[in-house]
Design a binder for this molecule. Structure first.
Ligand SMILES: Cc1cc2nc3c(=O)[nH]c(=O)nc-3n(C[C@H](O)[C@H](O)[C@H](O)COP(=O)(O)OP(=O)(O)OC[C@H]3O[C@@H](n4cnc5c(N)ncnc54)[C@H](O)[C@@H]3O)c2cc1C
Length: 431
């Protein structure tokens, strides 16, 4: 019997394989069981300590408020998922429907969920040595933590969220922190320009030495320390360097499958991997048309989005060939930057119309007193960034989650176009 239920493409005798033990992979396994899939679920994960709270890697693990064992997450045994730790998928054979791991084991699948996330990227030829760090895994965070204990001066290259959170942790440990970024403000991609300037100012006040608007020309090890040369001819000397230069989707194992992995795994609007059958993907490795904002495939690298995508991808997989609603995700997360609680929801572009609202007008320190940046596109609210304005943020975001309409119609990125009914145009995943 191939199908245990008419409504489900996979039955009790089928095998679903999940690659990746982060929030997207875990959420997919939960949803598969919740939706009644009774067949075999096997999850491959190369990290021995997964699952764990990755966001803690740039926060409590660095400051010493948590140790690696504190951030591990429990595996729910009742889900009856076979976790295969220490297994890295190195090759996928779509014709035979098997995945090969670095341990030379072969895992057959009927349905496949790819949730391999991303890794910390470094430019070619980047130097290595004592005190040189990237920050993505719990191991990397813990190694950095050990070095921070003995360091006096730390150079953080890259002023994105992770770089800024690392600078906060370094200052909290009473070490000198130098933050280097080519832009004149920080967290530009995450919060845009106006709020990026406010956060940069807060870091300055907290004692972080800001080298903004400066590019790194060379990093070299000299007399037991690192010397970072900047494009204005100045140098930053440091015991520890944290290269926080962005992330890349972890997709090398998909080479040769014909899947478009040029900038993340290309999926259709329901998270089916384009050009495949019975294969879906979720999380930070994915590029898909998030029709709440654009028909242009986009990537979202946040925890909540990974969970929501994992759930949605599982539903799509179980639907088989049946039409399913597009997966619309409102990106959202928060970060603590010294005295500022920064909360972000939605999508925004520099071309959007920005409205700044001060929560307590007239106060000298606008950011600490509370401020919101609302981003409008075609007169519609698409993004919101709140600084020290949690209540207002929560109210507006709740409305955003309920009311965000489909802004665009899908373009044929992929699988054959399906005709949609009116009710299906509202995105079921936004709930
Ligand atoms: C330092 C840091 C701090 C962060 N802080 C925040 C925050 O405050 N808020 C927020 O919303 N987001 C935060 N994020 C982002 C968030 O953690 C990610 O968006 C989220 O973890 C993505 O989930 P995922 O399941 O797609 O991938 P991951 O969490 O990356 O999980 C993928 C897993 O798959 C494994 N894997 C990869 N390839 C293979 C393979 N071939 N075979 C087997 N296993 C494989 C990986 O090793 C990993 O264990 C942070 C990220 C980092 C690095």
């Amino acid at each position: 019997m191939r199908r245990a239920r008419q409504s489900m493409a996979f039955g009790w005798s089928d095998r679903i394989l999940v690659i990746g033990g982060g929030p997207a992979g875990m959420a997919a396994t939960e949803e598969l069981r919740r939706r009644g899939f009774t067949g075999d679920i096997t999850l491959l994960c190369d990290e021995p300590d997964a699952p764990y709270d990755r966001p803690a890697c740039s926060k409590s693990l660095l400051t010493g408020h948590a140790r690696p064992q504190d951030v591990r997450m429990p595996i729910d045994g009742s889900l009856d998922v076979r976790w295969m730790h220490g297994r890295r998928a190195v090759e996928v054979d779509m014709r035979r429907r098997t995945v090969l791991t670095q341990t030379d084991e072969e895992f057959p699948f009927d349905g496949l969920v790819i949730a391999s996330g991303s890794y910390a990227a470094l430019p070619k030829g980047w130097p290595d040595g004592p005190g040189m760090h990237v920050l993505h895994t719990v191991d990397e965070a813990w190694q950095l933590r050990q070095d921070l204990r003995h360091a006096e001066r730390v150079a953080i290259i890259g002023g994105g969220i992770t770089g800024c959170e690392t600078a906060c942790a370094v200052r909290e440990l009473a070490r000198e922190a130098v933050l280097i970024d080519p832009k004149p403000y920080v967290m530009g991609r995450a919060v845009g320009e106006p709020i990026g300037y406010m956060i940069a100012e807060e870091h300055r006040r907290f004692g972080v030495e800001m080298r903004l608007g400066r590019r790194v020309k060379e990093v070299e090890r000299r007399r037991g320390r690192w010397r970072v040369s900047l494009d204005d001819g100045s140098y930053v000397h440091a015991d520890v360097v944290v290269a926080s230069l962005g992330e890349k989707p972890d997709t090398a194992f998909l080479e040769g499958t014909g899947i478009d992995i040029s900038r993340g795994i290309l999926c259709d609007e329901s998270l089916r991997v384009v050009g495949t059958e019975g294969v879906v993907a979720a999380g930070a490795a994915v590029r898909w048309p998030n029709l709440l904002y654009s028909s242009e495939p986009m990537m979202v690298g946040q925890w909540i989005a990974a969970v929501e995508m994992g759930h949605a991808a599982a539903r799509t997989l179980l639907a088989g060939d049946r039409e399913v609603p597009p997966v619309g995700i409102v990106p959202r997360y928060w970060t603590l930057q010294n005295g500022l609680r920064v909360m972000v929801a939605g999508d925004f572009k520099p071309t959007d119309h920005i409205v700044m609202t001060e929560m307590r007008p007239g106060r000298k320190d606008t950011a600490r007193a509370g401020v919101m940046a609302s981003y409008y596109r075609d007169d519609e609210l698409v993004g919101l960034i709140a600084v020290n304005a949690a209540r207002a943020f929560t109210e507006v975001t709740r409305a955003m989650l309920i009311d965000t309409p489909v802004r665009v119609q899908p373009e044929p990125v992929s699988q054959p176009q399906r005709t949609r009914t009116g009710s299906e145009r509202r995105l079921a995943a936004v709930s």
